[in-house]
Design a protein around this ligand. Sequence first.
Ligand code: FNR
Length: 189
Amino acid sequence: TTYNVGYIIGSLAKGSINRKLAKALVKLAPEKLQFHEIGFSELPLYSYDYDADYPAVANDFKAAIKRSDAILIVTPEYNRSMPGGLKNAIDWASRPYGSNAFKNKPTAVIGASIGAIGTALAQQALRPVLGFLQAPQMNAPEGYIQLTPGLIDDDGNVTVASTEQFLRDYMEAFHQHMARVLTVLPRDA
Ligand code: FNR
């Protein structure tokens, strides 16, 4: 089976190191996984005032998540949590009540930081959110990546062999996670 994986990058920065990490992960992933980016930069700030008449951009965002077999979130840590833009996007995806796009969606979270903590706290902040949304998340392995200069080159190649192997194993584990989840909770495209 081939799986369609949507990935969401938590950063809006042009030079995002998490975009770099995502590029490397796509390259190292098992062949059976196909990837497409799901962006959120066009979403306004969420309010439930929108629930009665959801904007097209938000419906499109939700549809892209629903169409995906699994979702990979690659996020930076901002001020010891997830970036506001990412949380806003997840709030959009979760509503209107009863139409949560993350429900039963296999997910995994990984991230890159310039610091040694490697987005650990951002990822820990994200876990209860995905839990509340009933998204079966991969608990382990965890991927806390300190993106030192040169670790990933402009073509998305990882220059340190042990890190490259770690990321390859991470994507293999994610593949197994989604296969397991989708066996019992098939996607309702
Ligand atoms: C940061 N950074 C950061 N790093 C970290 O490890 N823990 C943190 O809490 C924070 N906090 C933080 C807040 C804000 C507002 C910014 C802009 C940055 C540094 C962060 O790791 C660095 O900017 C990365 O480049 C962010 O990833 P992207 O956006 O380049 O993908």
